[in-house]
Write a protein that binds this ligand. Structure first.
Ligand SMILES: [Zn+2]
Length: 206
């Protein structure tokens, strides 16, 4: 797995760590540079000569800092290379987080494309309407009862298939973004049914 370009850096942990507090600024510079190499390459070589080159330090300066406060910040893995415990902890936390996000994304896509209810996914488009429900309105003194069509029942004959509705939902969400019918649809459900019927009509050459 390619390494992630970034890791979480906790300024407070760094500033209050007794290990870091015991380091000179010179040693801190070498330490953070080694941590960066560790993050990007997964580990660093154990050979002090190579480490001094990696950190742009003359060998004598490097080895003094290394022995004084840096060597025990790293442990040797089975492969003979050096790693830092805290950094490896961050790496596994990050990996777990990304895997969880990937799972969530997958579950979300499953719900959107194979779930029965498409309305919540596009409800944003009609914030004032939401999911259609039976409503009674008084218009110009006349009481009207409106029963919204179920899956656009009023305009389908024969009933639109789930595949047609799913495709229409895709068109609405990805291509149109919002209703462009005239007059505008009252609900997302109605709009999806309109689009699906339109596509069906086009296919039939109507
Ligand atoms: Zn519409």
């Amino acid at each position: 797995m390619a390494s992630s370009p970034s890791f979480h850096f906790y300024p407070k942990d760094w500033l209050t760590s007794s290990a870091v507090q015991g380091m000179s600024n010179h040693e801190r510079g070498i330490y953070i540079t080694l941590l960066c190499h560790c993050w990007l390459e997964g580990s660093v070589p154990s050979d002090p000569n190579t480490l001094s080159r990696l950190t742009n330090e003359r060998f004598v300066n490097f080895i003094r800092a290394w022995r004084r406060s840096l060597s025990h910040r790293f442990y040797t893995g089975d492969d003979g290379r050096l790693r830092n415990r805290r950094l490896e902890l961050e790496r596994s936390k990050q990996k777990a987080y990304y895997e969880q996000q990937r799972e969530k994304g997958h579950a979300g896509a499953q719900q959107r494309w194979h779930g029965r209810c498409h309305a919540p996914a596009i409800r944003k488009t009609w914030p004032e309407h939401g999911i259609p429900s039976t409503s009674t309105t008084i218009e110009k003194g006349v009481i009207r009862s409106t029963v919204p069509p179920q899956n656009g029942a009023a305009i389908q004959n024969p009933p639109l298939t789930p595949a047609e509705l799913t495709f229409a939902t895709l068109i609405l969400r990805k291509r149109l973004g919002r209703c462009d019918h005239d007059p505008p649809c009252e609900t997302p459900t109605q709009c999806v049914a309109q689009i699906a019927s339109g596509i069906r009509a086009k296919k039939r050459g109507v």
